[in-house]
Ligand binder design. Structure first.
Ligand code: ZN
Length: 385
C-alpha cells in the first residue's frame, strides 16, 4: 500500500548521495531537519552543501544547518540566502537567516515545496556531466582543440580547450576551489562567446591570441562535494611554487603546459564567501614586478569597472606589500614566472550588493554574462598586452 492509500503523510527525507552532494542529517522532527556539513576529505575545510529534500507538495520545510561557526568562512553566512531549485535548471534563493549563537552557528532555511522535492546548494551546482557536455560542445566548434593535460588523483581528466590563431598565450583557469561553482558557470559563458563566429570581440581575440582554457582544475573535489581541496585534502591554490605529482597533479600538469606555451595574460576564476561584490586581485608584491605589467592589470580592472555595473574596485582583498607576494598561489606564480598580466577574479556566493537581485542573488546567468564582459574588456586592450 502507498502512504496515500493508508492516509499517513510520508516523512521528510534528505539525501546527498549524488555528484557534489554534501550534507549530514543530525535529526528530522516532522518537517524540520537539523543538518551539518561534512569536512573536505583529509582536511578541516567545510562550507559547501548540496542535498535534496523530499516531502509532499505544499510542505513548509525548516532546514537548520548547524555548526557553521567552525566553517571555513563564518563571515559567509550573515546576509547569505541558500540556493534552491525544483527543476535543477533555474536556481533561486530561499529565505534564510543566520544565528551565530544557536547550535554552534545555524543557518535556517524556510521553504515551502511547490512539488514533492527540492534541491538546495551553497551555489548553483555545476555537475561532472555538465563539464563533459561543455567540453564536447566546445570540441565540436571549428578551430577548437581539446587536450587532456593530465589526470586528477581519482583519475579524472584535466581538460584544456585551445583555440585562436594569434601568438599571445592567454590562460583561463577555474575551480581550483571546487565549491566555487560560479567559476565554471563563468567558463561556460566564456566558451560560448569565444566560439561564436559572429561575435566581434571574440573574432578579434581569436585573431590576436591563443587561448588555453581549463574549466575545472579540481574535478575530484567538485564531485566529492568539497569546498576547497582535492581528493587528498590539498588546497591547489597553495601548490603553484612546487607542485608535486602525488599531492597536486592537477596543478603540475597545467603548470608544465604553461611552461611550454608561456603566458601573456591569465585569469584564475574563483568565488568569495564573505564579500558581496565582484572584484579582482592582482600580483602586487612579486619580486620581479614591472611597472608596465602592473599598469596593464590596473587598466584592465578599471576598464572592466566602467564596462559593467556587476564589477567594482571599492571592495576586495588587501594588496601584498613589496616582495611579500605568496608565490604558492596561481596568480602570483604566473605573474612572476612568465611576466604575465595575471589576476584572480572573485565572484560572490551572496550577491553584488551594488546591484542586488532578490530572487536569484549572484547566479549562473550573471556569471556567464560577466565572462563575456571580461573578454570584451580584454579584446579592447589586447594590442598592448
Ligand atoms: Zn577560491
Amino acid at each position: 500500500m502507498t502512504a496515500q492509500q493508508t492516509g499517513s503523510t510520508p516523512p521528510l527525507r534528505i539525501n546527498s548521495s549524488f555528484d557534489s552532494g554534501n550534507i549530514r542529517v543530525e535529526a528530522i522532527d516532522g518537517t524540520t531537519a537539523t543538518l551539518s556539513i561534512h569536512k573536505d576529505h583529509e582536511s578541516d575545510f567545510f562550507q559547501w552543501f548540496h542535498f535534496r529534500a523530499a516531502a509532499p507538495a505544499g510542505t513548509r520545510l525548516t532546514l537548520r544547518i548547524t555548526g557553521l561557526a567552525q566553517s571555513s568562512y563564518p563571515d559567509g553566512w550573515p546576509g547569505y540566502a541558500a540556493c534552491v531549485s525544483e527543476d535543477r535548471e533555474r536556481w533561486d534563493r530561499a529565505a534564510s537567516r543566520y544565528d551565530p549563537g544557536v547550535d554552534g552557528g545555524t543557518l535556517t532555511i524556510d521553504y515551502t515545496l511547490v512539488g514533492d522535492a527540492a534541491w538546495f546548494a551553497y551555489f548553483a551546482p555545476y555537475s561532472q556531466e555538465r563539464h563533459h557536455d561543455l567540453v564536447a560542445q566546445a570540441a565540436a566548434c571549428e578551430g577548437v582543440t581539446v587536450r587532456q593535460l593530465g589526470e586528477s588523483l581519482d583519475g579524472r581528466p584535466i581538460d584544456c580547450l585551445e583555440l585562436g590563431s594569434g601568438d599571445k598565450p592567454v590562460w583561463l583557469i577555474a575551480r581550483q576551489h571546487p565549491g566555487e561553482t560560479m567559476a565554471e558557470w563563468w567558463m561556460e559563458g566564456a566558451l560560448d562567446m569565444l566560439t561564436d563566429p559572429t561575435n566581434a570581440h571574440a573574432r578579434a581575440l581569436r585573431a590576436a591570441c591563443r587561448f588555453y582554457i581549463v574549466p575545472n582544475m579540481n574535478p575530484d573535489g567538485a564531485f566529492r562535494g568539497h569546498l576547497r581541496t582535492n581528493a587528498r585534502g590539498i588546497n591547489l591554490n597553495r601548490e603553484w611554487h612546487e607542485p608535486q605529482a602525488d599531492r597536486a597533479p592537477e596543478v603540475l600538469c597545467v603548470r608544465n603546459r604553461m611552461d611550454e606555451t608561456g603566458v601573456a595574460f591569465a585569469m584564475d576564476v574563483h568565488g568569495d564567501e564573505a564579500i558581496p561584490a565582484v572584484f579582482l586581485a592582482g600580483f602586487e608584491g612579486i619580486p620581479s614586478i614591472k611597472d608596465a605589467q602592473l599598469a596593464l592589470f590596473r587598466r584592465y580592472r578599471d576598464t572592466l569597472a566602467i564596462r559593467t555595473p556587476d564589477f567594482q574596485t571599492r571592495l576586495g582583498y588587501p594588496e601584498a606589500r613589496p616582495g611579500k607576494a605568496n608565490l604558492s598561489m596561481a596568480t602570483a606564480q604566473i605573474a612572476e614566472r612568465y611576466g604575465a598580466v595575471a589576476m584572480t577574479l572573485e565572484m560572490p556566493f551572496k550577491d553584488n550588493d551594488d546591484l542586488p537581485d532578490t530572487a536569484q542573488g549572484w547566479s549562473p546567468e550573471r556569471s556567464m554574462q560577466l565572462a563575456r564582459d571580461c573578454l570584451a574588456t580584454l579584446a579592447e586592450m589586447v594590442g598592448d598586452i
